[in-house]
Ligand binder design. Structure first.
Ligand code: NAI
Length: 482
């Protein structure tokens, strides 16, 4: 006998579980199907564990480099028990995943653990530990996520060639790691491994790190710091293959037509992720999938099949958890009768490197490509911010890009301390169509890193207080566009 639901969500990552909770809040009889762990990649083997490791790495670095300046007398070599670190990291994940379980239970969502396969657009067969059951639902929300891409010559075995999952689970220090791909994951993980003393070589095929993924000025700050910390970066370098060699592994890299060999103990492959659209019987039920493997959806995240929605990584770029959650809430509300469409002006993005990079809205190059050529750009350094100085975290800046005439903010790019927490103000500003004056005339508390945002807006208008800018002729000139 089939179990019947109003809504069945397939996949319990930040897209799926959020959709299920909202659907249940709206009074829908809701089920969620998960084959691995509640919370998906993000909570169990992605965002959360990597942030735990990054926090630990940052903490260690601060003990080594900043604490002595503040008068702390610590041993020269601070020992790290990697096993204890692993256990702590796992406890963080367990807490988060357990929290999702509680929320689902508290909202009366039926959790079904097992591998789901569609047998029709209205029916899903779930193979679990206790056998197979059939779920029928008026609406299905597909939130099956993504997985790492492999490239020729590199097959992830989680022994020699690791994905982020494998590397995050290591309970021992790796002496030498070769990171293939200088994008989001490669740099986040490469940076924290360097903090723990690994020799890190990053092999990036493009001519720059985080190529096209972040403001080039922000990337420069991070690239400089990576170099200072001892991370070896190879640009315009294509990883070709690897083999076991004496005392470890040897990766072959093509740099401008010339072969180079990198000796290492492990390889981390982070060359992008692909949508999980090839399983779950999705193709058998006639679901339309594009050439890149994303499920085709419209602005309401409806697929070509009535009553079947898709959200998150499987439904298109950007592959970011918060975009998935936003879609999850929206789709649940559409099923609940609301008339909503996806019309976010910006999906802020954060790269948890050192210092953090965060952005909302357009980069300069994107403004120009969109024909927005008359721009005002203001930049304010954290070095001139009292809170940053007192934190000993002065690398970086906030850059604001706005229309030169209307002062409407197009983009905000941050590299520096707490960029991840500071960017939400920028996202709000862009969503609200704010002008430079809206940010500059909002009183920001002192002493905080947030003042940097206010001063960057002032800088765009040519009159930041805490950096030297050309003198103003009159107060009227100071707010010329209003
Ligand atoms: P990515 O797309 O960020 O970077 C992949 C890099 O690999 C690119 O720079 C590419 O040029 C390079 N590459 C490709 N083939 C290569 C080869 N043969 N040799 C050398 N380099 C090569 O992909 P990544 O880091 O795997 O991350 C996947 C996705 O996960 C991201 O796009 C992001 O959406 C998400 N993510 C988000 C995070 C966050 O929000 N903080 C953190 C981690 C991942």
């Amino acid at each position: 006998m089939a179990e019947k639901f109003d809504v069945c969500v397939v996949g319990s990552g930040p897209g799926g579980y959020v959709a299920a909770i909202r659907a249940a809040q709206l009074g829908k009889k809701t089920a969620i199907v998960e084959r691995e762990a509640l919370g998906g990649v993000c909570l169990n083997i992605g965002c959360i564990p990597s942030k735990a490791m990054i926090t630990a790495g940052h903490f260690l670095q601060r003990m080594q480099h900043d604490a002595p300046t503040m008068g702390f007398q610590l041993p020269k070599e601070i020992k790290v028990d990697m096993k204890v670190l692993q256990d702590w990291k796992q406890s963080v994940c367990n807490k988060m995943s357990g929290g999702v379980a509680q929320l689902l239970k508290g909202n009366s969502v039926t959790v079904i653990m097992g591998e789901g396969t569609f047998t029709s657009p209205k029916s899903l067969s779930v193979k679990g530990k206790d056998g197979t059951k059939t779920i029928e639902a008026t609406n299905f929300i597909i939130a099956t996520g993504s997985r790492p891409i492999e490239i020729p010559g590199f097959t992830i075995d989680e022994k020699d060639v690791l994905s982020s999952t494998g590397v995050l689970a290591l309970a021992e220090k790796v002496e030498r790691i070769c990171v293939i791909g200088g994008g989001y994951i490669g740099l986040e993980i490469g940076s924290y491994m360097r903090s723990f003393g690994s020799e890190v070589t990053v092999v990036e095929a493009a001519s720059g790190l985080l190529n096209g993924l972040a403001d080039p000025d922000c990337v420069q700050v991070v690239a400089r710091k990576l170099k200072k910390s001892g991370v070896e970066v190879m640009l315009s370098a294509k990883a070709k293959g690897w083999k076991k060699a004496k005392g470890g592994l040897e990766v072959t890299v093509d740099v401008g037509g010339k072969e180079q060999l990198i000796k290492c103990d492990k390889i981390l492959l982070t060359v992008g992720r692909k949508p999980n659209s090839d399983g779950a019987g999705l193709k058998n039920i006639g679901l339309e999938i594009d050439q890149k493997g994303f499920i085709k959806v419209n602005a309401q995240r409806r697929t070509n099949l009535p009553g079947v929605f898709a959200i998150g990584d499987v439904a298109g770029q950007p592959m970011l958890a918060h975009k998935a959650s936003h879609e999850g809430v929206m789709v649940a509300e559409i099923i609940g009768g609301a008339n909503r469409v996806y019309d976010a002006k910006t999906v802020p993005a954060v790269i948890f490197v050192d210092p953090e990079i965060a952005s909302a809205g357009l980069m300069e190059s994107e403004c120009k490509a969109a024909g927005k050529t008359d721009l005002k750009i203001g930049k304010f350094p954290f070095g001139a911010n009292g809170r940053a100085v007192s934190m000993m975290e002065t690398d970086g800046f906030i850059k604001i890009i706005a229309d030169a005439k209307t002062h409407v903010v197009y983009g905000v790019h941050i590299v520096g301390p707490e960029a991840s927490n500071l960017i939400s103000e920028a996202a709000l500003a862009i969503e609200m169509g704010a002008r430079l004056e809206d940010i500059a005339l909002t009183i920001h508390p002192h002493p905080t890193l947030g003042e940097t945002m206010m001063e960057a807006a002032e800088a765009a208008m040519g009159h930041a207080i805490h950096i030297i800018q050309r003198p103003l002729t009159s107060a009227k000139g100071a707010s010329a566009s209003t």
